[in-house]
Design a protein around this ligand. Sequence first.
Ligand code: ZN
Length: 198
Amino acid sequence: MRIPAWLLCFLLVSLSPVWAAGNWVRVRSPHFTVLSDGTEKQARDIAIGFEQIHAVFTQALPGLRTDSGAETIVIAPKDERTFVQLAPWQKKQSAQIAGEFHQGWEKDFVVVRLDFPDETRDTVYHEYIHKLLHLNFTRMPVWLDEGLAEFFGNTLFRSNQILIGAPSPRINFLRGKNTLSAPNHSHYRPGFSLLPRR
Ligand SMILES: [Zn+2]
């Protein structure tokens, strides 16, 4: 999802009173900055998750560019209340939104809620993979762009193994749906055509 500069400015301005109101921690990792009103351990775990996705992508597709020059800021609200303060435009559906990705020119903002389980972070990982893909390929077919983002975005990390391309949680949504036409993308595959382009 690409949002206009004015909306990013609004996001930054709206953050100010939230920072002042609570105890926020900042954790820096090699590729990410995490800001959270949860615990420092939760913020570190979020940073580790994004570093792991970054590492999986770079090891699976070596030689690809991964440094966009746009810093990735991950904001991790501890609950729905803080999330609504950060993203008031999502108030009506806030109970269902685990996270968001906002791509900008100089900084990318990722919102990841701490009150959702780890497995729901595929949405924001999916968008982060889009960012990495677009750094390297300017004219990817939509089916490949979405397919790779979904494949890497659904990576699951276990204590002794990494599951790349785990089944998408959206598979239940896709089952039973009719294939939609995609007139501009003749290679669009059934199934992925049902996924909204995020
Ligand atoms: Zn996508």
